[in-house]
Design a protein around this ligand. Sequence first.
Ligand SMILES: Cc1cc2nc3c(=O)[nH]c(=O)nc-3n(C[C@H](O)[C@H](O)[C@H](O)COP(=O)(O)OP(=O)(O)OC[C@H]3O[C@@H](n4cnc5c(N)ncnc54)[C@H](O)[C@@H]3O)c2cc1C
Length: 582
Amino acid sequence: MKDALYPLAFDTSPLTRGAQEYLRNENIRLVVDYFQSKGIKSLKRQDREELWYADWIDYQSAHRLYATLLTPKKYSRFCGQFSLVNLTRFLEAFAYFSPAHAYSLHTTFLGLFPILMSSNEKLKKEAIARLEDGALFAFGVSEQAHGSDLFANEFAVRKTPDGWTADGAKFYIGNANAAFIISILAKKVEAASAGNPAKRAPFVLFALRPRESSAFQNVQKIRTLGIRSAFVGGFEVRDHKFSDADVISTGRDAWDAVLGTVNLGKYFLGFGATGICAHALTEAVDHLQKRILYGKSVVEMTHIRTAIAVAFARLCAMKFFAFRALDYLQVSCDDDRRYLLFNAVQKAKVSTEGVKVMGLLSECIGAKGFETDTYFESAIRDSLLIPSLEGSTHINYGLIAQFMENYFSGAGHDLRAPDSLVMQDDDPGEHPYWFEARDRNAKTVSFGDCLQAYEPLRELANVKLFIAQVEGFREFAVAGTSMLNPTSDIGLAIAIGKCFAIVAYGQLVAENCRIANIPLPTVSLIFHGLVEDMSAESLRLSAMFPSDGAQQTQLRNVVQVPRTSASDMAAVSDFLMARYAK
Ligand SMILES: Cc1cc2nc3c(=O)[nH]c(=O)nc-3n(C[C@H](O)[C@H](O)[C@H](O)COP(=O)(O)OP(=O)(O)OC[C@H]3O[C@@H](n4cnc5c(N)ncnc54)[C@H](O)[C@@H]3O)c2cc1C
């Protein structure tokens, strides 16, 4: 099996084969060197005092880390290329040490990508040259009063005889203190108009260089529960003059660039969630192995062993899903847009699974996990923040529900399952489609037979139960939802989306279990969690229908009780205790 698919661990001795594979990448080695020499004490002080990490920014700049990861080959002066597997492994390892530091890279991606998606070649070249000099970028979309409702945004630009002027304020903007360029979403209002822009005024995305504009004012840090040493801030722009050369895109192109950027950028956050949980797991196991109560190690208590094994299995599933979704993204093209569903599932589910993993580990680790000099303590806070950073999980569940009809129809039977990026030695490199993708229509995406993924695993009791749940839910979906028109009841669409997200999640997890030949006890425990989740969510969904209605009867078949043998549980537990030995 491929060890690199398991949760990362940089603290075991000897290092796992997976960690060794990550360390073969020069950029990851540089990250590990930086954080290991900095030390947890210094990191936690920076976190407590909410100190900006200027030393890290200098370090990444000196080694051109962000530039190597984010520059498309065509524009790179230094052999950079936009490789999905390099970027996502880097983000995972980065969050393993500090999600707060990693946030500056996430936001740099968000600020840069709309420029790369545009046709403004001069701006692209300038942006890449600056990135290669070590500059950071920012993505200025959110406004304090409007959250997810981007059509209500008030930041306005006006066309003038000499160019444009911009006025407005943004809130919750990462890197607002240090970005060389902020890509700002504004609305175009008529020159004479004095009031707020109309709800449907056309969008304009433009590049603002804070250091070169006195109109950029009142930058304030927003103090957040997690990622405290990062800078998330608000700012105002008053009468900023700019020319057409700074326009990134307008109208439909601007909207597509924002959605395309968020679709990829927020999907990448899931890799951070796996890194955070992986580090918390290593700390928890280390503490519990050393903690002696009643004359023996705490990990010998059955319920603690079980809870840690369950957390490990959930974390494996997060990583198996995330890296399989990457394979679909790698092969995406006009005729194969399955990645749209899997990206949305990742945004809604992987980081919320991370919150569950942290909950399970917190139950076991006890007081130690709340001591502020541990990684664990900030992992509790940072893992909670990621689902919010991703925007609204609710919106993602609503979106996921829109793919359901096509997913179950299986009309795309000639679509091939993509090769695994993690299993191959050669990186296929970047794909122009990622910079051009515009079509996000869920109703025109095709999928193959959704049950095929389970074929080689179906003898396992928990997989068999999960297949029965998928079949039961498919019956409900086919018979019940067309007449429901989910968009008319947002709560119902979200509840359906939550069930369906587990189905899509299970498919990709199963695919990676098979591809990487994961030992069967681990597969069984992973599917134990999926059966549990599917039962819980379908019960919640059932309660939204009348007790004598057909839907409750259909959904009754979806509720199942997982069955994991004591020997499977012990096998997973023994495997992970041996793996995390120091
Ligand atoms: C630490 C941090 C960093 C961030 N960094 C950036 C950044 O760099 N750039 C940037 O532009 N933004 C950034 N954001 C903003 C982030 O994208 C917002 O959280 C997002 O815009 C949603 O706004 P909100 O959280 O205020 O929720 P709101 O939009 O106020 O939503 C409130 C509730 O309504 C629900 N809801 C809203 N709309 C819908 C819908 N259509 N369907 C179903 N449910 C819905 C939500 O799920 C939520 O429960 C950041 C946020 C945080 C916390």
